[in-house]
Design a protein around this ligand. Sequence first.
Ligand code: ZN
Length: 414
Amino acid sequence: MYKVVTKSRGRTKGIQRVDLAYAVRASSEVARDINRDVVLEFIRTKQPISRADLSRLSGLRPSTISAIVEQLLDEKWISEGPAARLPRGRRPTLLSLNPDMVILVSDIRPNQVIIAVVDLNGRFLSRETLPLIKDPARGVENIVAAMKRMIANYPDRSFEGIGLSLPGRVDPATQRLILAPNLSWSDYDIKGAIERKIPLQIEMDNAANACLLSELWFGHMDGVREAVLVTISEGVGSAILANGHLVKGKSGLAGEFGHVPIDPQGPRCGCGRRGCWEVFASSRAAINFYADSVPGAPRPTIMELLNLAEDGDEKAITALNRQAAYLGQGLSIIASVLSPEMILLTGGLTTSWKRFGPIVEKELAKNMLVGEAPRISVMTDVESDRLRGAAALVLQRHSGSNRQSANGARPKRT
Ligand SMILES: [Zn+2]
């Protein structure tokens, strides 16, 4: 015999394990912060929008909406436009992101630096390209001078912070570059050197994470919470979005799929080991395949190789087909490990996606353990994505996703 336990009030709650070291208590302040983020996101995605529509969409009471809107107006994140035109009744004023608030961003590459001013909607106000000076102290000095010029060009704008996209990983503890073989600035305190000259808060991350953030904030990833971005250039880089958050790992090195060995007897990789995925799937790999098949010919750049293929050069096509197949095989490993809904690709081969995409997709589908392959999306304006992503680094500093982290505290606004 057993007794049926009747549930009190129709429902028994389960137990949620809470990590007490990181848990944020549900104070009224936390609740207000969460609601503020929700309202700000509705304004960002539905602007221009009235308070009544914000209340309807968010389910928050009109009085709560009013209080949050006052706070956001006060913080200068949003601005109030002219009254909406309605046939009758009260004419509500509409709210939008503040067009005067901007972010200074820089994409530091191994041979050039781009500096730009971006607004909260991801629109560029200006963009400038500088050569990269190899010596880090002089290189950063050059960047600082250009940044100061740009700030001076916009005296009416309010600069919210500086975002940097870098060609290497950033150690979360030291905020210095690690694993940036093409830019020898690893021991140099880039952040400190800029902060000493320009009184704005700086956020920095690697280019792949910046691109993924850009897609998340300004792109078309609506609702996608599991994604991987793979950059194909001299090497193969990647960024991971899991459960809607960027995954960095303890050391900031999470997602180094490019250095997962797929053939222990393969060619030597820049990391010192043999047969890493990037030795087979990077742009450099395709160039090597081609050079091996045409001894004595000068080594083409990846764009030259892609152009040769478009012109029907059989050896160029064979080399790129080989790269595409290896790329697809590696993506299937990523799919097995992370089961993303979407894989975003940028760089090299993706500029001739019509020709080589089907090979990548076929290899990926063939090697899936079970079920459908993740959808592949090719990003076409990576330069802009890196810059917008650098802006998103600054924006997300203020968002709820950083509430538990050390740098999640909101700076005082003036
Ligand atoms: Zn390697």
